[in-house]
Ligand binder design. Structure first.
Ligand SMILES: [Zn+2]
Length: 207
């Protein structure tokens, strides 16, 4: 398959600045642009938000197919998607179609789940973009601060296991925390007595 130069990807673990990059590119364009986020991601309501304070109003989608109704009768050149992995539907079929229609697509997404397994639709997408349009971002390990490529989920302070759903959007009972970890600390349990020092930038999404 020929790589498509209209496909720009920002991918990596949580805390790697993907939304920040997306917002930067979005804000750099003056017009003919539209930005979407997954409806399931209730953080920030109808906004794409970056951890450094960037904020852009976005249209929430449940299934990627819903994108078409927002493209009717409007002159759009650039389409932005945040957290693509959370969208339902045939992501690659719709993306292929939008590329055929000559839209420029800018996509931010995790590429691996909390166990380190690929989101297959995202993996396929990455292969479709030329290398110079792929921005593989890294975060900092929450334990040692080295560059990190993995996202882990801690439920009530313990590493989550493979019995859990791939995406948890809300949970009333448990405290769910995501962290990025380096190769060495992917499987390290949270070290509670160091919590104040090394976890100060951990983010509690749902409590
Ligand atoms: Zn580490």
């Amino acid at each position: 398959m020929k790589a498509n130069s209209n496909l720009y990807l920002y991918y990596g673990p949580m805390f790697s600045g993907k939304s920040k990059k997306l917002i930067e590119v979005y804000n750099s364009l003056k017009e003919k642009k539209i930005i979407f986020k997954p409806k399931i991601d209730t953080r920030g309501k109808n906004f794409v938000i970056s951890r450094d304070g960037g904020k852009v109003e976005a249209i929430p989608l449940k299934n990627i197919k819903e994108v078409y109704k927002y493209l009717e009768n409007i002159d759009i050149e650039d389409i932005f998607f945040d957290e693509m992995f959370m969208l339902e539907g045939d992501i690659n079929i719709v993306i292929d179609d939008l590329l055929l229609k000559n839209y420029r697509l800018h996509i931010a997404s995790l590429e691996k789940n909390y166990l380190g397994n690929d989101f297959l639709e995202i993996k396929k997408l990455i292969k479709k973009s030329p290398e110079y349009n792929r921005h593989h971002l890294f975060a900092r390990c929450h334990i040692c601060n080295m560059p990190s490529a993995w996202t882990v989920r801690l439920i009530n302070n313990h590493l989550d296991n493979d019995k859990s759903p791939e995406i948890i959007v809300d949970d009333q009972e448990d405290q769910i925390i995501y962290e990025s970890r380096c190769d060495e600390h992917r499987f390290t349990e949270k070290i509670l007595n160091q919590e104040v020092k090394i976890y100060e930038d951990s983010e509690i999404f749902y409590k």
